[in-house]
Design a protein around this ligand. Structure first.
Ligand code: ADP
Length: 492
């Protein structure tokens, strides 16, 4: 049971990866990252330099020792050759020199003849045995120079012994040295270098701590100003231009603040416009009702006339509320359009058919011109509302006997609807404002024709929610053209 449970535990490496992931998933302090990076980059060269110094120091000591032993063993091999050691391996003088040399280096000397038999050994124990180690064989086959091999803190040096009489290799001198002094020296150097590294690390860490605090100061200042601005609702611009980045952040913040201010102002303006627009019909109703109430024996005709006016005002109030509601709905549900593939030619035909009686009443001619069949992904209901606002306006703000021309065209990406009229036109300085909510060029004329001042705002909102565009060209007393461009394929 226990084993089973432990097999589900992640391994050590995995645990570290999971912890690092968890740490990174949390918001990490930029200052800590800065300190780590500074320490890492400053420590890296220190560690490399210290490592190089340590290995260089050890290898110099080791090379000196090898050279020493090699010189010494060369002298010894010459003496062994001169003293014809292989003829008499019990030579007390040569054996005592061998022991002296071995003791001097705290090592062991072996004399091996050319049949690989150990004929002299300062440890005595291997005398008479064979030594066929790699190093000995190498020296025997070469016969002229010395070789050495290092394993850990142990050095083996072989020196050929050449018989002077026959000028032939008579054996080798194998010298094993324990480099205990070099090892001790290496330990001392390591301790000193470790201490230097630790002290350097502490100094670098402390310096990084202060340097990072200095580098982060402008950011802290920026955060402080943001907090102050949020707490006391400060409307002033924030400027921290120590770094390009802090300047960019404060610039962006100021832009957002300005937009929010504008939004707040336009919201207030909108609320006051709504109140005013809703109040106007109610005030009229109140005046009409009061004047009826204040008179005695009011004739039925007058009663009827006033009641018709009251009903008109109620209709007006209704229209404003409906337009307001569709505007609010557009704002709220701009992301949830009911997109379907729609034949735009059919949509326009039906729309114009529906508006024909109103146009006929005003003696305005309606013309539809389609250059090609167009199928597009749109919200049919909303697009109908947007385009009928444009055509209705073109009829409303037209002249007796005027015309309204609706043109449909498309390319590979967009379809274009042009609503053109030869009506009263819009003055140049008013053209930017007609898309604003409740904006009307001629309030009296708009009201007279049942306008609420919200039609173009609704149209623009619908076109934008289809990722399209709407443009207006107008000349006073000559006419107005609205150009609508909408993508054939709806872009999410
Ligand atoms: P309204 O309900 O008053 O028609 P709109 O938002 O539809 O409100 O239009 C805003 C104003 O733009 C209108 O009051 C009118 O003055 C002007 N306008 C809109 N369309 C036309 C047009 N085709 N010709 C002239 N003026 C227009």
């Amino acid at each position: 049971m226990r084993q089973l449970r432990s097999s589900y535990l992640p391994s050590g490496g995995l645990v570290i990866i999971l912890r690092v992931k968890k740490l990174l998933s949390k918001a990490t302090s930029l200052r800590i990252i800065l300190i780590l990076v500074l320490v890492l980059f400053a420590m890296l060269p220190v560690i490399v330099v210290c490592g190089v110094i340590r290995s260089a120091a050890v290898s110099v000591q080791m090379n000196n020792l090898v050279m020493d032993v090699q010189n010494h063993s060369l002298i010894m091999s010459n003496q062994l050759s001169k003293g014809e050691y292989f003829a008499n391996t019990d030579n007390a003088v040569l054996n005592s020199q061998l022991v002296q040399m071995a003791n001097f280096y705290n090592g062991r000397a072996e004399v091996i003849d050319n049949t690989y038999v150990i004929v002299g050994d300062t440890y005595v124990i291997d005398k008479g045995r064979y030594n066929i180690s790699e190093l000995v064989m190498k020296c025997m086959s070469d016969g002229t120079k010395s070789f050495y091999k290092r394993s850990g803190w142990n050095i083996n040096i072989v020196q050929p012994i050449v018989s002077q009489a026959e000028d032939a290799l008579s054996g080798v001198l194998l010298f094993s040295v324990d480099a205990a002094d070099v090892e001790a020296w290496n330990k001392r150097v390591t301790v000193i270098i470790d201490i230097i590294e630790i002290i350097t690390f502490i100094i670098i860490a402390v310096l990084s701590y202060f340097v990072s605090a200095l580098l982060m100061k402008p950011l802290r200042k920026l955060v402080g100003k943001f907090k102050e601005s949020a707490k006391y609702n400060v409307q002033e611009d924030i400027v921290v231009s120590t770094y390009k980045e802090t300047r960019d952040i404060s610039d962006s913040y100021n832009k957002v603040l300005a937009k929010l201010k504008n939004l707040d102002e336009s919201r207030q303006q909108f609320v006051s416009n709504v109140s005013h627009e809703l109040k106007t019909p109610i005030t009229s109703i109140k005046i009409l009702a009061d004047s009826l109430n204040s008179q005695e024996d009011v004739p039925v005709e007058l009663y009827r006339e006033f009641m018709v006016d009251i009903a008109n005002e109620v209709d007006r109030e209704n229209r404003i509320i409906e337009d307001l509601l569709s505007l609010v709905r557009m704002d709220k549900t701009s992301n949830s359009l009911n997109i379907t593939e729609t034949k735009i030619n059919d949509l326009l035909e039906a729309l114009l058919k529906q508006l024909t009686p109103i146009a006929a009443k005003k003696n305005v001619e309606l013309i539809l011109e389609s250059f090609r069949p167009v199928v597009a992904e749109v919200d049919e209901m909303k697009l109908t509302l947007a385009l009928s606002n444009l055509v209705e306006n073109a009829i409303k703000y037209n002249r007796e006997g005027g015309w309204v021309k609706v043109t449909l065209n498309a390319d590979h990406k967009y379809f274009f609807v042009k609503v053109e009229d030869n009506g009263i036109g819009i003055p140049d300085n008013e053209q930017d404002k007609v898309f604003d909510r409740f904006y009307r060029v001629d309030k009296a004329r708009s009201r007279e024709s049942g306008g609420t001042g919200l039609g173009l705002a609704i149209t623009q909102s619908i076109v934008f929610s289809h990722k399209g565009d709407i443009k207006l060209y107008s000349k006073l007393d000559e006419g107005t053209t609205f150009n609508v461009r909408i993508p054939l394929i709806y872009i999410e």
